[in-house]
Design a protein around this ligand. Structure first.
Ligand code: NAD
Length: 478
């Protein structure tokens, strides 16, 4: 970090050092809660990506590659401890750049520390097999790291999603180049510094903030990068997959969703209609957000009434206030995107039940705040992308509507009928499903999407497979 000029300048972090970008370009970072510039950040170029990849490759072939698994586990635990020691600083950086309530940021920083500890704990379980084979000799398998991995992360859960990728990548013995999102690189840069303090050698973690089509594209196309792990929009995921095709890079993608919550008439209505934070959490900017409620027609009117009342009760406010439940959207770009969808919903004839614009109080004028917004009487096929409540008449129809998008990330099913719950769980095309809950993410469970919501799984031991190759060895007995 350098302090020249008025705003702090955060630089790239390559080979254990803060460095300016090769072309000296930088961008201001704006606090979405008040429109103020909080920092200036260097924008990495293709040349900077190349330097970072070379540093990561040297660390892979050097200190990190030579480190014993037990020492790697200690290094990851030390990093978790460093994160906990700096929770207030990291949480404030996250809140000022994403706009999420400080209490949420504190929780996410603490959760990120747990992710590093979890993968440190899995390191001793990475074993090969001795395989009975039909030949005169012995068959063995080894699980090997890939080399340099490129991690491209979005702006909605910056420190959490980085941990989901970085922890298993390091646990398996890889080194990395991280491309954080344009609006939210600060916690990633700070994490690079903390890793050095934790005893992780220089070059193992390199952080190159910058523009997606420049730094992100250069990372995806770099011939020395063995794998790209990406979280973000489906359109960018498709572009990255094409870039990775040229040299057959491994690729895993966590992409968008339009996840349904299916509420049957026998459900605990209070619980189902009380699950409003399943869409408003993180100001609606959660890939698993249940943005389509499919509700059995016999309880539709009552459900809408309860859901709208609960939506109106959500406390929108300054992210630094302790009782704020949702802060602003992460940027004015996001605000305009959301507002465009709301206008489109109204134009298509959906019934706007609550919200639909910026809250009127003076305190919200300078930030990118948006009211919790609910549409009712939405018909399948309308293109709105806010909170929608859609009626259905049968289980078959509910499943048909649930599966009627190109996405398949998450889903919830609300019913007291266990047999129905299991039938619908199997029929819904989604990677992460909860019954009588909207909880999507569990550290010990695989997380990822069906269809255009992605390829591969994060979290759980499954993530270790995404950062390794299996090697088969035959030792002749002759
Ligand atoms: P985005 O795809 O525009 O950006 C994500 C990242 O990709 C950023 O770091 C960006 O700089 C980079 N990028 C952009 N263009 C690139 C290119 N051509 N090559 C390489 N990198 C490039 O995504 P967004 O709209 O800013 O992020 C929000 C999206 O992320 C939403 O669609 C959300 O649903 C999704 N998301 C998914 C998950 C999941 O786990 N499935 C989690 C969080 C967010």
């Amino acid at each position: 970090m350098s302090t020249s000029g008025t705003a702090l300048t955060h630089q790239l972090f390559i080979n254990g050092c803060s460095v300016p970008s090769s072309d000296l370009s930088s961008s201001p970072l704006i606090n979405p809660a008040n429109g103020e510039t909080i920092a200036t950040v260097s924008n990495g170029s293709a040349e900077d990506i190349d330097s970072a990849v070379k540093a990561a490759d040297a660390a892979y072939r050097g200190a990190w590659g030579a480190m014993k698994p037990g020492d790697r586990a200690t290094a990851l635990r030390n990093l978790a401890a460093k994160i906990r020691e700096n929770v207030e600083e990291l949480a404030l950086l996250e809140t000022k750049s994403v706009g999420k309530p400080l209490s949420s940021s504190r929780g996410e920083v603490g959760y990120a520390a747990k992710v590093y500890e979890y993968y440190a704990g899995l390191i001793p379980s990475v074993c090969g097999q001795t395989v009975p084979i039909s030949a005169n000799g012995t068959g063995l398998t080894f699980r090997e790291p890939l080399g340099v991995c490129g991690l491209i992360v979005p702006w909605n859960f910056p420190i959490v999603i980085l941990a989901w990728k970085l922890a298993p990548a390091l646990a398996m013995g890889n080194t990395v180049v991280v491309k954080p999102a344009e609006w939210t690189p600060l916690t990633a840069i700070r994490l690079g510094e903390l890793a050095i303090e934790a005893g992780i050698p220089a070059g193992v973690i390199n952080i190159v903030p910058g523009l997606g089509p420049v730094a992100g594209a250069a990372l995806s196309a770099h011939p020395q990068v063995r794998k790209i792990s990406f979280t973000g929009s489906t359109a960018t995921g498709s572009a990255i997959m094409k870039a990775c095709a040229d040299d057959i890079k491994r690729v895993s993608l966590e992409l968008g969703g339009k996840s349904p919550s299916i509420v049957f008439a026998d459900a605990d209505l209070e619980k189902a209609a009380g699950s409003v934070m399943s869409i408003y959490d993180n100001t609606g900017q959660d890939c698993c957000g249940r943005s389509r409620y499919l509700v059995e027609r016999s309880i539709y009117a009552e459900f809408v009434e309860r859901f709208v009342a609960n939506s109106r009760a959500v406390k929108i406010g300054d992210p630094l206030d302790a009782d704020t439940e949702i802060g602003p959207l992460a940027s004015t770009i996001q605000w305009n995107r959301v507002d465009g969808y709301v206008k489109q919903g109204v134009a298509e004839g959906a019934q706007l039940c609550t919200g639909g614009g910026r809250p009127t109080a003076e305190q919200f004028a300078a930030g990118s705040y948006y009211e919790p917004t609910v549409f009712a009487n939405v018909k399948p096929g309308m293109t709105i992308a806010q909170m929608e409540i859609i009626p259905f008449d049968s289980e078959t129809e509910a499943v048909e509507i649930a599966n009627g998008t190109p996405y398949g990330l998450a889903a919830s099913i609300w019913t007291r009928d266990v047999a129905r719950a299991l039938r619908v769980v199997r029929a819904v095309e989604a990677g992460v499903i909860s019954v009588n809950s909207s909880s999507s993410v569990h550290l010990e469970m695989p997380f990822g999407g069906f269809k255009q919501s992605g390829i591969g799984r994060e979290l759980s031991p499954a993530a270790m497979e995404q950062y390794s190759e299996v090697k088969s060895v035959f030792i002749s007995a002759e």
